[in-house]
Design a protein around this ligand. Sequence first.
Ligand SMILES: [Zn+2]
Length: 215
Amino acid sequence: MALVYIGHFAAAAAILVVAPEAPALPVAVAVAWPDLVWPALVFAGKERLKVDRDNPLQTGVEFTSYPYSHSLVLGGALSLLPALLAGLIYQSALVGVLFWIGVLSHWLLDAVVHLRDLPIRGWGRSDRRIGLGLWSRPRLAFVLEYAFFAATALLLAPPSMLVGLLGGGLLLHLFNINSFFGFTKSNPFGTPKRFALLALVGYAFAIAWFTMAWQ
Ligand SMILES: [Zn+2]
């Protein structure tokens, strides 16, 4: 969960290349899905985070509890619901299946960057939390997150989409730059709710961008 983690849209591109007949919008929503429900759950008080005001980096945000949006098993099971809904809206079983795959890809890509805070099961005291922790090396993370997205786009996307994908993707990635380089002394988002709200706005823009760029 970052303000915008551009790598998720590499997964959207991969899914759409495998299933070119699928519409881009539900796939873009799917790869962002856990980060779309997360702000709502934070506002509802069902999921929690702590923001260290003295640390502007991504490591200053501690995800203390987010089993519904960000666990592999419970989150994966719960996301069958929006997947079903997407299938019904588009009258397409394929869209439903792709939606679910998109949500699962979110967890996998989050596992690369997050510190050890992603729950496997989503319930119980013995639940394990994982995360390879790329965010603990923020400068490297800044380069790799965009490089991963750009390489995937270059490899998979039709050439006519590249300007929109690479350019728009870079702008969105730069939107998050302070959390990699820490230009400000304190965390400008201050409170958990402000951070969650801004993430929601960031992902809304990202979904709009990707859907427009992928056509
Ligand atoms: Zn996430």
